[in-house]
Design a protein. Structure first.
Length: 416
């Protein structure tokens, strides 16, 4: 009898865990997007294993920030954009949310462009046509699916991306001893700050913080009793930790592949097409096809989440949560994709567009981090779930590190 009850409890715990898995995976998609591919390939091909530490540091910061953003949604029933509109002076909230919309557009630009490059590689579709197709296809996906359907589609995409990279890693001669050092030893080679900041912006993405708080709050757990809220906070952290761990592994795999394949042969990658073409003679045709197919899945899934984030941020300007049937959310999605495609038409070097789009994200990031700290530290908004002193210290350290890296980048760019 005792064993029966233990088994039932275990099954119930497993069902509970599976029930709450999903939001973290949606966020993971955001930091294994085509912008990450460009940043990670640049990092690995130019600096070998030296910048792996940035993936580790960024992922640690990401887990803390994403958990904190989800904490806001669970405890208050508001996403970051709604909470900002309700609790900040109008001029301040509008400035911050418009800058966040800019980050969502910058993200969508990278996702759409990456997917278009994949279509060009696989089916020889012209880049501009591919960009328009990506945007239109993802608009249709968003318009016709609920959150839960979207989660299942995106989990499928992420699984395919992960399997593709596991297969790629099997094909390359990784120097694991150098990789082990690279993951934990901070190194800033001369001239590497643009790539470092693009890796940071590609992992810790402003729009993902907004999106995570939106997805979590949509379930309205704050309306339940305290026991339910406590349970959601526990499972959300497990979901975040599990999902961000997957993202860390895939991002690391990208740098490992670039370091062991390109850096080892003194090949600096400045074009995703070049990367695929270089993989053919080095690893064979299958590696190149896997690379292009994974890029397409990454582009599709991350374009969907960028559109959702843009719709959520824009709706927040009107003190509304994301609802694709509502005109403000719908207009936010269209605005995000429309501006992204428009900018793509003026980009002459797609790879540079991917790198600099991620750098733009890292430059907007301090605004979102300090906004989030303010909101989640407020007892008026969070009640008893407001940040503890320990949480505030961790969040402020992250904000200061990101700000300091941005200042160093600006100094390097302008030779100050």
């Amino acid at each position: 009898m005792g064993r029966y009850f233990e088994t039932e409890i275990t099954r119930k715990s497993a069902r509970d865990f599976l029930r709450y898995i999903g939001p973290g995976i949606l966020i993971t998609v955001g930091f294994i997007d085509p912008g990450n591919w460009a940043s990670n390939l640049a990092a690995g091909s130019e600096y070998g294993y030296d910048l792996l530490w940035m993936v580790t540091l960024s992922t640690i910061m990401l887990i803390i920030l994403q958990h904190n953003a989800a904490h806001l949604g669970i405890a208050s029933g508001l996403c970051i954009s709604e909470a900002a509109s309700y609790n900040l002076p109008r001029a301040v909230s509008v400035f911050l949310l418009i800058s966040a919309m800019g980050a969502a557009v910058s993200t969508a630009l990278a996702e759409i462009l990456g997917g278009a490059i994949a279509l060009q590689l696989l089916f020889n579709v012209p880049l501009m046509y591919g960009a328009v197709f990506m945007a239109v296809f993802c608009v249709i996906l968003l318009k016709s699916n609920s959150y839960h359907k979207m989660e299942k589609i995106i989990i499928g995409f992420v699984s395919l991306i992960g399997l593709s990279f596991i297969a790629e890693l099997y094909l390359v001669p990784v120097e694991w001893s150098k990789a082990a050092v690279g993951w934990v030893y901070p190194s800033i080679p001369h001239g590497s700050l643009v790539v470092i900041m693009s890796v940071l912006g590609a992992v810790v993405m402003p729009h993902n913080l907004f999106l995570h708080s939106e997805i979590i709050q949509s379930r309205q757990w704050n309306l339940e009793d305290e026991k339910v809220i406590e349970r959601q906070l526990k499972y959300e952290f497990i979901d975040t930790l599990f999902s961000m761990g997957i993202g860390w592994a895939i991002n690391s795999a990208m740098i490992l592949i670039a370091a062991s394949t390109f850096f080892a042969h003194n090949i600096v990658i400045d074009d995703l097409t070049q990367a695929v073409n270089m993989l053919k003679p080095l690893l064979g045709g299958n590696a190149a096809i896997l690379f292009a197919a994974a890029l397409l899945f990454a582009g599709l899934s991350s374009t969907v989440t960028a559109g959702m984030a843009g719709g959520s941020i824009y709706a927040g300007l009107f003190r509304e949560s994301y609802d694709i049937k509502d005109k403000h959310s719908w207009h936010g999605v269209l605005l995000t994709y429309g501006l992204a495609v428009l900018i793509i038409f003026f980009i002459s070097q797609p790879f540079d567009g991917l790198i600099y789009s991620q750098m733009v994200l890292s430059m907007q990031l301090p605004f979102t981090i300090f906004l989030q700290i303010y909101l989640t530290s407020s007892k008026k908004i969070m009640g008893k779930y407001a940040n503890s002193v320990k949480q505030k210290v961790m969040l402020w350290i992250i904000g200061i590190i990101v700000t300091a890296l941005n200042i160093m980048l600006l100094q390097e760019m302008f030779n100050l």
